[in-house]
Design a protein around this ligand. Structure first.
Ligand code: KG4
Length: 339
């Protein structure tokens, strides 16, 4: 018997809905919110309002593009957290109303778990690219930097995480001080491609285990700019390519050093990357390089699955449906929640 899941994602500033049938994606519609660009970051109240405006058209479009009727849905999967509370409330409340009107169950989804399970989305029935268990997943986004040991769809263990800033935050904050706009990660990436990664050196953390830290790098980057600007007010403009390339190389080195250690210690060679920062071309190249050097089998998501999307919510819902993991109508969102 076929299982058809509608996914809803509204944790931050993307309103998204997707239909997945038997693990195969039939549609994935994303409405991004340009309104935040002018403010240099996501404004929670504006995000909630934009979700309210977008949610019905986005869900209708996802069902239409999937070529199904809403009566064919078996369950509604929605992101319960972590994320911005006002944003999550929109998706959660919509999921409740829609599930109640169709008389079908609701499935709560952890946004971080969904990023990991994005690797299991099939784009056609014979798509067999998924990782095999156990594998390690480096989850890097604007809010998280974690190494996760994935034992099964429903069994994930965070073995390392940032003790302060996330990798995406390091990109965004350093980009902001260079006046490169928001979100800074993609701009840094673009400029880094034209710069020298060895031009500047920034401090790297020395913390035990598999944990990360990016606040020292951010401070070291700021001090480099502050000192150089005293002598040359045009320092940033003249050196932005090299600054971006050196920053990006440092972030990647920090990420890969701990990931390599985890892979070696645990004897796991199947390694995936997920989250917004996995769009970074330098990080993608580092994964490919590690595949060659250390015999890793690497899993790098398609660009459309690196940012927030509902297909990853729907695929998580699909596996939870098989375990009959439904949630009550009283489910309220969580702004903070671990895997
Ligand atoms: O997972 P995501 O879409 O959502 C949040 O965690 O909010 O990740 C967004 C983060 C931002 O910090 C953004 O600057 C970063 O991912 N990012 C990148 C690139 N594309 C997005 N960082 C570096 N290089 C990129 N190409």
């Amino acid at each position: 018997m076929s299982i058809t899941i509608l996914g809803i994602e509204s944790s931050c500033d993307d309103t998204s809905s997707s239909v997945i049938r038997d693990g195969v994606m039939l549609s994935n519609v994303i409405a991004s919110q340009a309104v935040h660009e002018a403010y240099g970051g996501v404004v929670p109240e504006l995000a909630s309002r934009a979700h309210q405006q977008n949610i019905i058209p986005v869900v209708s479009e996802a069902i239409k593009r999937a070529g199904i009727d809403k009566s064919e849905l078996d369950a509604i999967a929605f992101t319960r957290g972590p994320g911005l509370l006002g944003s999550l409330l929109v998706g959660t409340s919509f999921a409740k109303g829609f599930a109640a009107s169709l008389g079908i169950p609701m499935i709560e989804v952890n946004h971080l778990q969904a990023h990991v399970l994005a690797h299991f989305i099939k784009e056609s029935p014979d798509d067999n690219h998924a990782p095999s268990f156990p594998f390690l997943c480096l989850l890097v986004s604007g809010g998280n930097s974690q190494i996760i040991k994935v034992n099964a769809y429903n069994d994930m263990e965070v073995i390392g995480q940032t003790i302060d800033d996330a990798a995406g935050e390091a990109f965004d904050k350093c980009a902001k001080v260079m006046g490169l706009g928001y979100p800074g990660g993609p701009v840094v990436n673009r400029l880094a491609n034209e710069g020298n990664p060895k031009a500047f050196s920034f401090s790297k953390p020395h913390i035990p285990g598999y944990d990360y830290s990016f606040s020292g790098l951010k401070t070291s980057f700021l001090y480099t700019l502050r000192d150089a600007l005293k002598d040359d007010p045009d320092f940033i403009e003249k050196n932005k390519r090299d600054l971006c390339a050196s920053l990006q190389a440092t972030v990647i080195d920090i990420l890969m050093t701990k990931l390599r250690k985890a892979a070696k210690d645990l004897g796991i060679r199947e390694v995936a990357v997920a989250g917004g920062v996995s769009a970074n071309s330098g990080l993608r190249d580092a994964f490919l390089d590690h595949a060659k050097r250390f015999g890793w089998k690497v899993h790098i998501p398609k660009f459309s699955f690196t940012t927030d999307n509902a297909a990853m919510v729907a695929i998580t819902g699909y596996y939870k449906y098989q375990d009959k993991e439904f949630c009550p109508m009283s489910a309220a969102p969580f702004s903070r929640v671990q895997i």
